[in-house]
Write a protein that binds this ligand. Structure first.
Ligand code: ADP
Ligand code: ZN
Ligand code: ZN
Length: 830
């Protein structure tokens, strides 16, 4: 990218949903420091914002007085030229502001001011101005003071002054990193102080203490002692005593109790050092795939591969081998996985091969952890990164390989906030910018990728057989059978049909494990009055409330609204409210009744809220501490448990009923993926699907494990109906508190688009549908209307993006609390 900046003016991208960049003056002091990719602090209206200098020329006509930048926050650009190029492309493609994309590429907590700390430097040699002397005095009194604090104390101190002092060596400026991530995880425990360790002293204490909570806490600690726990974890004790942390603090302050830090033994999936990988010999399909990829790597050529391999065919081994090749060239790699918490085994396998070259990014990291990791990636400390979609923007240089594992997964598409990007598509473009190789892997590729492969835009690599497990014949794909619920009478509320119950019983007898999928959480998705037909709805969303038995509540799965389960129908006062349909809690209850001895783990959003909850559940299952893992689609991901020989799907029709043109594709992908969890080792696997639509084509192809036949059938249909991948879609959503206003906005947006379209050659080829109310017309108290745009992918049709951008730019600003969002290549139309 050519550097077109003049030294006294720069263009700055700000993290705002405004389509343009802004021009700022560069004071002489910083003219040599400011480079494209550097973060700068600028005034914007009455605020100060952190933006990034971008390599663009200022517009021809400028106002007479430009505001100056206040500070340059980086010595080295935070964004490399390559990431500037990539983010620029994303802003264009996804029709959002460059600054919004840049914000997604940088770690959160951009208010870097709070991280910059000042320390005293050398003593001044010459007399200073009053202001400068005041700054030095304050820093001497508070070494490590943040710039923000200093400005608060002294009124606004110009950044220029601070920088002059830093440059003269009178102050030291450090960007404080959070304490390095602790290797050993510690937890607070509580015990009695030495004076109170005898029963007699404790009895006296109980008499002396006046606060009821303090007494409860001491009594709880005593009780735990009797159970043999002399130093319980703080949280355990507080829970047992039902006391708030303040009570404990008071007892510690009085010298009655003590706190001790103890090391926590982490779950084995993470703590265990990864076993040294045993060398494997690639089977022929694997070797052929690797050879093709390796050739492109060696040639340092951009190429995208679609690695279509059945579950267990050894795709991960191919990624690893390709990455080794790239590392030998000294280049770096990004591995994208759908959700890191659900794929601990994949991470471990990369760690086993690449050791501490691997950095892991995940969604539950604290801001500090993310910031640290980002800095270390930026400085080249880690040449490999594994993470979810945002890792595609990791600041690695010299990229040789980007892998997108399970490329069909919807979690690669960001929904909110902007940029609403698809990490797979960004990965392909980023590989192109770097002359790198992109490998998309899946057992059930998205139709988008599959069509690209068939048309030769991607190179198709196929692996149709499972890999041989060491010393044995290849594991076979599991046998899939349907249970036709139309001909099975289920006992009152029991969601499991006899053949599935028998199959589970059989596994339990043999000490094997079972995975059950029910893709709905709660007890029952609907509560209905059998007398009058009333059902409870969310007051903020146009959806029914889900009944949760534990705790006894009705909850909205869209906005989190919760209310008590009514005893009688509010409409007719009958006491006949009946839970309809099945959620994971109901299946759990049925399992407990049918198999009281079985150990069941439930894994859904409700049981995995804690930071390490996924880990705990999965590692307990891995250790054989449970027989049945029951859950939503979380249980379908890349898990590899050799003792699982049965996979049951309680309601295989759930996804088919959604009004979405991708319903069949997604259902097939989910069912294939969960089926792939069965029989991965030497014991054969079985998959049982309960359905009311046994003749549905999704099941027909599933029984034969025939992805290709289904894909071809679906592609033909999409072509006929004008859906992706043959067209490009965009959804414009208007939302706000008043329905008529929302509808009006959507209509006027569509009209404006239509107007521009008519002036554009070929514009008539773009279809404008709507506005129509969204599937969930009201969510979180906001009405939603959609305008759907459909553009054929032909050379005589204009691109959607420039038209969308122009429509947005010419649209008047929205009334408060109304919103207009744009989603290119939407993941669904809900
Ligand atoms: P996928 O990623 O396609 O699901 P994996 O790479 O996880 O497949 O392979 C499935 C299992 O087979 C893993 O335990 C892996 O170590 C093993 N495996 C893969 N390729 C081979 C091979 N060529 N020889 C022996 N074992 C293999
Ligand atoms: Zn009623
Ligand atoms: Zn709601």
């Amino acid at each position: 990218m050519a550097m077109t900046m003049s030294p006294d003016m720069v263009q700055v991208a700000l993290p705002l949903p405004l389509m343009q960049c802004f021009t700022y003056r560069v004071p002489p002091a910083w003219q040599d420091a400011v480079q494209p990719g550097c973060r700068v602090l600028v005034p914007f209206g009455r605020r100060h914002l952190t933006g990034v200098v971008v390599p663009e020329a200022p517009p021809a006509s400028l106002p007479d007085s430009l505001k100056p930048i206040l500070d340059v926050l980086d010595d080295e650009p935070a964004l490399t030229e390559e990431l500037l190029q990539l983010t620029r492309w994303m802003a264009d493609y996804y029709v959002c502001s460059w600054g919004e994309v840049i914000r997604a590429a940088l770690p959160p907590g951009l208010e870097i001011e709070s991280r910059r700390r000042l320390y005293p430097g050398q003593p001044p040699a010459e007399p200073l101005s009053e202001r400068a002397a005041a700054v030095l005095r304050l820093v001497a009194a508070h070494p490590g003071i943040t710039i923000r604090r200093l400005r608060q104390e002294l009124g606004s101190t110009p950044y220029g002054l601070l920088h002059r002092l830093v440059r003269a060596g009178l102050l030291r400026l450090e960007e404080a990193l959070e304490a390095p991530r602790v290797q050993i995880k510690k937890e607070r425990h509580v015990r009695f102080a030495p004076a109170y360790r005898t029963p007699a002293a404790q009895e006296q204490l109980l008499h002396r203490l006046r606060g009821a909570r303090q007494r409860a806490l001491v009594a709880a600690l005593q009780a735990l002692q009797l159970e043999g726990v002399t130093e319980p974890p703080r949280a355990t004790l507080l829970a047992r005593a039902g006391a708030p942390p303040a009570t404990l603090r008071r007892l510690v302050e009085q010298g009655i109790l003590e706190l001790v830090d103890k090391e926590v033994i982490r779950s084995p999936l993470e703590a265990e050092p990864p076993p040294a990988p045993s060398p494997i010999t690639f089977h022929p399909e694997q070797q052929a795939a690797l050879d093709r990829i390796a050739e492109a790597i060696d040639a340092r050529r951009f190429e995208t591969f679609l690695l279509h391999g059945v579950t267990g065919s050894g795709k991960t081994e191919v990624y690893i081998a390709a990455l080794k090749r790239v590392r030998r060239q000294g280049r770096t790699g990004i591995i994208l996985v759908p959700e890191i918490a659900l794929t601990p085994q994949t991470v471990q396998r990369f760690r086993a091969h690449f050791g501490d070259e691997v950095a892991v990014l995940h969604s539950r990291m604290s801001e500090g952890e993310r910031y640290d990791t980002w800095r270390q990636l930026r400085t080249g400390r880690y040449p490999i990164v594994i993470g979810p979609r945002s890792a595609v923007l990791a600041p690695l240089e010299n990229l040789g390989l980007i892998v997108v594992d399970e490329e069909h997964e919807r979690s690669y598409k960001q929904f909110d906030p902007a940029p609403r990007y698809h990490a797979r598509d960004v990965a392909v473009y980023r590989a192109y910018l770097n002359n790198a190789v992109c490998v998309l892997g899946s057992a059930t590729p998205s139709l988008e990728s599959y069509l690209n492969a068939r048309r030769g835009k991607y190179t198709l690599l196929e692996m149709q057989r499972r890999a041989p497990t060491v010393g044995r014949t290849p594991a076979r794909l599991p046998q899939v059978r349907l249970i036709d619920l139309r001909h099975t009478r289920l006992a009152n509320g029991n969601p499991l049909a006899p053949p599935l119950v028998r199959a589970i019983a059989h596994r339990l007898e043999r000490g094997e494990q079972v995975i059950l999928l029910q893709n709905r959480r709660g007890f029952a998705p609907v509560l209905e009055c059998t007398a009058c037909g009333w059902s409870p709805h969310c007051p903020h969303c146009s959806v029914t409330l889900t009944y949760h038995k534990v705790p006894h509540q009705l909850r909205c799965h869209y906005c989190g609204y919760a209310t008590r389960h009514p005893n009688t129908c509010p409409q007719c006062s009958a006491a006949t409210l009946e839970p309809l349909g099945t959620g994971t809690q109901r299946v759990e209850e049925a399992l407990q009744t049918l198999f009281p001895e079985a150990r069941v783990l439930r894994m859904d959003l409700d049981t995995t809220r804690g930071r390490r909850a996924h880990h705990h559940l999965l590692s307990r299952f891995a250790r054989g501490e449970a027989d049945i893992l029951l859950g939503t689609q979380m249980v379908a991901k890349g898990l590899d448990f050799p003792r699982v020989t049965l996979v049951g799907v309680v309601n295989a029709d759930t996804g088919l009923l959604l009004p979405d043109f991708r319903a069949d594709e997604h259902t097939f992908q989910l069912l294939m993926q969960v089926a792939g969890r069965a029989g991965r080792a030497d014991r054969p696997g079985e998959v049982l699907l309960q359905t009311r639509n046994p003749d549905h084509r999704v099941f027909r192809y599933l029984l034969r494990h025939d992805y290709v036949a289904l894909a071809l059938e679906l592609l033909a249909e999409r072509q006929q109906l004008g859906y992706p991948p043959y067209t490009r879609l965009a959804v414009v959503e208007c939302s706000g508190p008043e329905e008529t206003r929302v509808q009006e906005l959507a209509r006027s947006w569509a009209e404006r688009f239509h107007h521009l379209q008519q002036q554009t050659p070929g514009g008539h080829l773009i279809e404008v549908l709507g506005p129509t109310p969204a599937l969930h017309e009201r969510l979180k108290g906001r009405y939603r209307y959609h305008v759907l745009l459909k553009a054929p992918r032909r050379s005589d049709a204009p691109a959607l993006q420039p038209l969308l951008r122009r429509t947005l730019e010419s649209f008047p600003s929205l009334p408060r609390s109304y919103r207009l969002t744009l989603d290119i290549d939407p993941a669904g139309l809900s």
